[in-house]
Design a protein around this ligand. Structure first.
Ligand SMILES: [Zn+2]
Length: 407
């Protein structure tokens, strides 16, 4: 056991050591550590329910494929962010809604339990003004968000329960259309509502009334149009990219970027490789991964032994069918610098989709975050700009939602 632990630690040092972070000067790393840094889309709550996994221990991205934990957040200079209650899209039936509701409530409890179990290191944040003092106290900032409003079923008043739990950002859809909104990637490739459904419009009203930020990532462009027309407070894209750099339905075009910014909104840049650039098809790898993900789907119900076995299988897939055409840090920065060029540093932030498929060559987990600060400074952005990009902009949108509350 002990030997295994030691071997694991040695492997972590070997495989995920801060090799690329070393390329960033000490001065920039120090500045980065000083900034208030928030990521607007952390899928890390999914890790919390994995058997035998602890947020307090350092893991290796090449060993268990997780990207965020307390030690790595400290080393990589990530103060916190919006911890997502993500629910995969299921059937739009009474039974489907009930299952999704229960799942989402329990995932929210897991986030609250993470905070409650370690108050020295984590603190729940519910207002824009909470983040800075929490970070100044050396703790991680835990805002809560919902990715895919599907679990709210057909009763928008359920949003109040999630609000009371701490949720302040809600995304309408995920990979497929749901009861509230059209998705940008629905398998039918056809719109269902042509934007928000009537129920989706009701949900938006509830969000505006409570002071919850509307998130248009994953939703169709028409949903974004509806949100920009109807929302009384600015809209956020918690993790998205630019169509001008890579034409993918998950990204938005320059006209939408400008419309978003004109209403005070912000795009938070995604680091999900498949949305950053066109990759050469790798059918053997894809087939092997699909089969493995089928087995891993019930992640939280697996035993620790079974999970270890499946992780070994994934490492074997990486060895046999390596992904040789992955998106790189430069691809990620190309989207970010484009968005900055189009709408400027008041309307761009960071939502890398950690633990949800984010991560690129050269920025595999949060250990590498100082690279973003470094690249922004090298591109000519000031320290004040970088501070806005890392947290000021997303907090401004949250503060605007709070100010619009009840109107
Ligand atoms: Zn997502």
């Amino acid at each position: 056991m002990r030997a295994g632990v030691m071997l694991g630690a040695a492997l972590i040092a070997l495989l995920s050591g801060p090799a690329s972070a070393q390329a960033v000067s000490k001065k920039v790393v120090q500045l980065h550590q000083k900034l208030l840094t928030l990521d607007s889309h952390l899928d890390t709550p999914a890790s919390l329910d994995l058997p035998g996994w602890s947020i307090d221990e350092e893991h290796g991205v090449h060993l268990d494929y997780t990207q965020v934990d307390l030690p790595r957040m400290k080393k990589g200079g990530l103060d916190g962010g919006f911890w997502a209650i993500y629910t995969s899209q299921g059937p739009l039936t009474v039974e489907g809604f009930r299952k999704a509701r229960d799942f989402a409530l329990l995932r929210g409890v897991s986030i609250r339990e993470m905070v409650a179990a370690d108050p020295a290191n984590f603190a729940l944040a519910t207002e824009a003004k909470d983040a800075a003092p929490i970070a100044a106290a050396g703790k991680r900032v835990v805002y809560m968000s919902i990715e895919n409003a599907y679990p709210l079923g057909e009763d928008v008043s359920l949003l109040q329960s999630f609000y009371d739990m701490g949720v302040r950002v809600v995304g309408f859809a995920h990979f497929a259309h749901n009861q509230f909104a059209d998705s940008s990637t629905d398998p039918s490739k056809k719109p269902r509502f042509g934007g928000l459904s009537p129920l989706g419009k009701q949900l938006l009203q509830e969000m505006n009334r409570m002071g919850v930020v509307p998130d248009a990532s994953h939703s169709s462009d028409q949903v974004l149009d509806d949100l920009l027309a109807l929302s009384t407070t600015p809209v956020l894209l918690t993790h998205s990219g630019c169509k001008a750099v890579y034409d993918h339905p998950r990204n938005i075009d320059d006209a939408h970027l400008k419309a978003l910014a004109a209403k005070g909104g912000v795009i938070q840049m995604n680091a999900f490789g498949a949305y950053l650039k066109a990759s050469k098809p790798n059918p053997e790898r894809q087939k092997a991964m699909m089969a493995l993900f089928g087995e891993m789907r019930e992640g939280t119900k697996l035993t620790a032994e079974k999970r270890t076995e499946l992780l070994a299988k994934r490492q074997e897939i990486d060895r046999l069918h390596p992904d040789t055409d992955r998106a790189t840090f430069d691809d990620f920065m190309a989207h970010m610098l484009h968005a900055l060029k189009v709408v400027g540093p008041d309307h761009v932030g960071i939502g890398a989709d950690w633990d949800g498929g984010g991560g690129v060559v050269g920025m595999e987990d949060v250990l590498d975050l100082p690279r973003i600060t470094d690249a922004l400074l090298k591109a000519g952005y000031s320290e004040a700009d970088v501070a806005k990009i890392w947290s000021g902009n997303v907090l401004r949108v949250l503060a605007a939602a709070e100010a619009g509350k009840g109107k």
